[in-house]
Design a protein around this ligand. Structure first.
Ligand code: 5RP
Length: 225
């Protein structure tokens, strides 16, 4: 099974778990896109749900599929948030933000009673940190935050597009991708990053996910926090 096939499989499986009347948070990224498309098919077939997305891109995708897309102001409580991840570690500790939406993702998941993670098996790791940890930063604070994260040994690098222009999040902030390597104590790393003034949010999602659906050659398996 290719990685794309695994993403599609797990996206479909997650879409099957959504029930009539649910308030659903839609994630961001290629796996979340597969999920949203599969959910869109169910909506076309008559499923009645209301949704809030964690990015402008997923909001537009939901709208294009005829889904009822709302803001958190209109729908501040959700039954479930369904999204991908860049890494899934022990106890469902996650690295997220590869797609740049970590801030809104954390906000939308905090509004949800349950967080269901959808990944292909390549994302499951024994220790977090192979994937560079994204940190969202207020623009004017960049030099200060960059220096401080470097002093913490986190090796930050400003995210850029392929053409060299600086990447901006939906909230108009910068992202520093930290090639910090193995993160044996994610709580400690999260606390260190959070203590830096000018950091808006980091991509460590700890004690947030309830269940992960993992797609691989043997089908879809379930991990619990
Ligand atoms: C976006 C995210 C994504 O969930 C994460 O990057 C995984 O993406 P993909 O499903 O494309 O591999 O956190 O900010």
């Amino acid at each position: 099974m290719t990685q794309d096939q695994a993403k599609e499989l797990v996206g479909r499986r997650a879409a099957e778990q959504v029930e009539d009347g649910m308030r659903v948070g839609l994630g961001t990224g290629s796996t979340a896109t597969m999920f949203i498309k599969a959910l869109g098919e169910r909506v076309k077939a008559g499923l009645k749900i209301r949704c809030v997305a964690s990015s402008d891109a997923s909001h537009r995708l939901g709208q294009s599929l005829g889904m009822e897309m709302l803001s958190l102001k209109e729908l501040p409580e959700l039954d479930v948030y369904i999204d991908g991840a860049d890494e899934v570690g022990p106890r469902l500790a996650l690295i997220k933000g590869g797609g740049g939406a970590l801030l809104r993702e954390k906000i939308v998941t905090s509004a949800a009673a349950k967080f269901l993670v959808v990944v292909d098996s390549s994302k499951v790791v024994p220790v977090l940190g192979r994937f560079p940890l994204p940190v969202e930063v207020i623009k004017m604070a960049l030099p200060v935050v960059e220096r401080r994260l470097s002093q913490l040994g986190l090796r930050p690098k400003l995210r850029q597009h392929a053409d060299g222009s600086v990447y901006l999040t939906d909230e108009n902030n910068y992202i520093l991708d930290c090639a910090c390597g193995s993160i044996p104590d994610p709580e400690r790393t999260a606390a260190e990053i959070r203590s830096v003034v000018g950091v808006v949010e980091h991509g460590l999602f700890l004690k947030m996910a309830d269940t992960a659906l993992v797609a691989g050659d043997d089908g879809v398996s379930e991990l619990k926090a």
